[in-house]
Write a protein that binds this ligand. Structure first.
Ligand code: NAD
Length: 480
């Protein structure tokens, strides 16, 4: 062991009390499903964790009917103050069970425990606390007097932040007075099912939240159900497009949070060491499985070599491996399919002439792994500069003037987020003003807060989650 090696520090899984199999959560209880169940595995070891129910279309009907009944009979009749009490209770229970939720999330998703423990789960609690506070103050949200809920919300979420995306969806929906049917992604259903147990603990009235597991077909049946009033989807642009088509003209209110290809722009006057940390956090946080990841680094030409050299030396210190080890910086890729996509696009990057570099790191034999990777000599026409890789892969491009940086940053079909690194406040404001992205960070990256609206332009989707704007998506006529 060299003096820089770390001893293993694995988080124990003893805190988990998992069932060997999980049913669907409908009408306040776990029930059997019509479809054939499937296994959720740990992407770090490929070992099975639990059997998961597969909801078919009759299960979707049952879940929507339970949500409708709860909406008519209980939830829409409660005062905002009483709805708020349930949300506060849920937030506190998430905090009480935080360690368990973090371990389950890292086990099922592959993300490092220090991220699920210090980022995902605290933000989940923060989201419920924040929207709990709004539940009795909807009149003051700037959406007009006495804003009315929509009814039943169908919510479909991806696998990259399973519990956090659930919180982004469920907290504002309930605060605004709607009931919910939510479908987690097929590779990461575990924490949504533990969350269902929390709802039982919180005594949430039966049917207010229903959680149905399954794959794309289940999601499709849910968003197309005729008795749904609102569809909230986070996932790929291809599926988002399909949902936009199928819900058009149905009267369902729709919000779409889709993909991204964010520019992280570093000017020559940037605090370089801080920027290096921000670049690393921007693309290697959560293995780059982040819709707003800073996957396109735009560096001012005069500092390009210095930045790349420092980046390489910083990347050489990242610890890749067991997600449950508290020292791990980069965990496992979420699935074999996602790994295949990252490999394919990286190979294309090389074939198109970009220069590929990864630090030396020994990857575990089992599970799905990809070493942190940087591509230099990338041009705007390369596929690795245009398509979302959704993995730990950074494409480095250069610019000479602010105008060129802005033009290159906006040269993308997406528009979710961007980052600007500069010592000069006036430059940050001037550049931010011209970037076509929903969220822009200055001298930081990947910061999330429940009070701050989040969402995209162009193919990154429409509608906002978080803040007062996030309430508007769940209220009649509401818009900010
Ligand atoms: P995906 O679109 O394949 O799946 C997302 C969810 O939709 C899953 O639950 C899936 O089962 C379901 N689904 C699949 N086909 C469906 C259909 N035809 N109808 C209804 N539901 C269907 O996306 P993914 O690969 O799981 O997630 C990665 C994508 O999510 C990336 O593109 C990423 O950028 C995006 N994302 C966006 C945000 C955001 O806030 N903008 C956040 C996280 C992830």
């Amino acid at each position: 062991m060299s003096f820089l090696d770390y001893a293993p520090a694995p988080e124990s899984t003893a805190i988990l009390d998992l069932k060997p199999e999980y049913g669907l959560f409908i009408g306040g209880e776990f029930v059997a499903a019509g479809g054939e169940s499937f296994t959720t595995i740990s992407p770090a070891t490929e070992k099975p964790i639990a059997r998961i129910a597969h909801a078919d279309s009759s299960d979707v009907d049952r879940a929507v009917a339970a949500a409708r009944k709860a909406y008519e009979k209980t939830w829409s009749k409660l005062s905002g103050r009483d709805r708020g009490k349930y949300l506060f209770r849920i937030a506190r229970l998430v905090q009480e069970r935080a360690r368990e939720l973090a371990v389950a999330e890292s086990l099922d998703n592959g993300k490092p425990i220090k991220e699920s423990r210090d980022v995902d789960v605290p933000l989940v609690a923060a989201w419920f606390f924040y929207y709990a506070g709004w539940a009795d103050k909807l009149d003051y949200a700037g959406l007009g007097a006495n804003p009315r809920s929509l009814g039943v919300a169908a919510q479909v979420i991806p696998w990259n932040f399973p519990l956090l995306m659930l919180a982004w969806k469920i907290a504002p929906a309930l605060a605004a007075g709607n009931t919910v049917v939510l479908k987690p992604a097929e590779t990461t259903p575990l924490t949504a099912l533990l969350f269902a147990e929390i709802l039982q603990q919180a005594d949430l009235p039966a049917g207010v939240v229903n959680i149905i597991t399954g794959a794309g077909e289940t999601g499709r049946a849910l968003v197309n159900h005729p008795d749904v009033n609102k569809v909230a989807f986070t996932g790929s642009t291809a599926v988002g497009r399909e949902i936009a088509r199928s819900t058009a003209g149905t009267g369902k209110k729709l919000t779409l949070e889709l993909g991204g290809k964010a520019a992280n722009i570093v000017f020559d006057d940037a605090p370089i060491d801080q920027a290096i940390e921000g670049i690393v956090n921007g693309i290697f946080f959560n293995q780059g499985h982040v819709c707003c990841a800073g996957s396109r680094l735009l560096v001012q030409e005069s500092i390009h070599d210095d930045v790349v050299e420092r980046l390489k030396s910083r990347l050489s210190t990242l610890r890749v491996g067991d997600p449950l080890d508290k020292n791990t910086d980069v965990g496992a890729i979420n699935s074999a399919e996602q790994l295949a996509r990252i490999r394919e696009l990286s190979d294309i990057g090389e074939a198109e002439g970009a220069e590929r570099w990864s630090p030396e790191c020994s990857l575990p034999a089992d599970g799905f792994w990809f070493a942190p990777t940087i591509f230099t000599n990338v041009s705007t026409s390369h596929r690795i500069a245009r398509e979302e890789i959704f993995g730990p892969v950074l494409s480095v491009l250069t610019f000479r003037t602010p105008a060129e940086a802005i033009a290159k940053a906006n040269n993308t079909p997406y528009g979710l987020s961007a980052g600007i690194w500069s010592d000069k406040g006036s430059r940050i404001l001037a550049v931010a003003d011209k970037l076509r992205a929903g969220v822009i960070w200055a001298n930081t990256f990947n910061r999330f807060d429940p009070t701050s609206p989040f969402g995209g332009y162009k193919e990154s989707g429409y509608g906002r989650e978080g803040g007062r704007h996030g309430l508007a998506a769940y209220l009649k006529g509401g818009d900010l």
